[in-house]
Design a protein around this ligand. Sequence first.
Ligand code: GLN
Length: 190
Amino acid sequence: MTVAVLAVQGDFAEHEAMLEGLGAEVFEIREKADLDRPFDGLVLPGGESTVQGKLLRELELFEPLREKILSGTPVFGTCAGLILLARRLSNDGNVYFGALPVTVRRNAYGRQLGSFYAEEEFKGIGKIPMTFIRAPYIESAGEDVDILARVDGNIVAARRGNVLGISFHPEVDGDTSVHRYFLDMVEGKR
Ligand code: GLN
């Protein structure tokens, strides 16, 4: 199983380490030529969504990746990656891949409360650590979206079909369960 990790900006290296630890073959997407290599799943890491969106366009990665996602390739976006996947942003005029029918609020926890830690239930996994870093959350989700986790009533993980988006950063907690969940999606086991 081969997983491509978008590596134009943000904390892609931590995702790569975690995926490799779980036995996946991993490579980085940095430029258009990297898309010649086939992959079974795609990870969009946290970072800064505006920067990532700009680089995706400049590097001509945007359209081919969008096609891959919309045609059913399993994709896992964390934090900025969730923002790239959302169909609508409530406090930002941009829309990127638009693949997950949710409305996302960027920097939803305000500046002072920019980073925090919680432990909550993740549907199908159980209670897991969740680290939030200038995180977005999902304000509303379409009816066909499976809500996987909430913190203080706000949706922080959701999935529809091949698209998984979460607000927090499992790659920094040493807990591999959400990455395992995604690899199960890639393998068609979830
Ligand atoms: N605040 C960032 C954004 O709006 C996301 C933060 C993150 O990915 N850790 O893009």
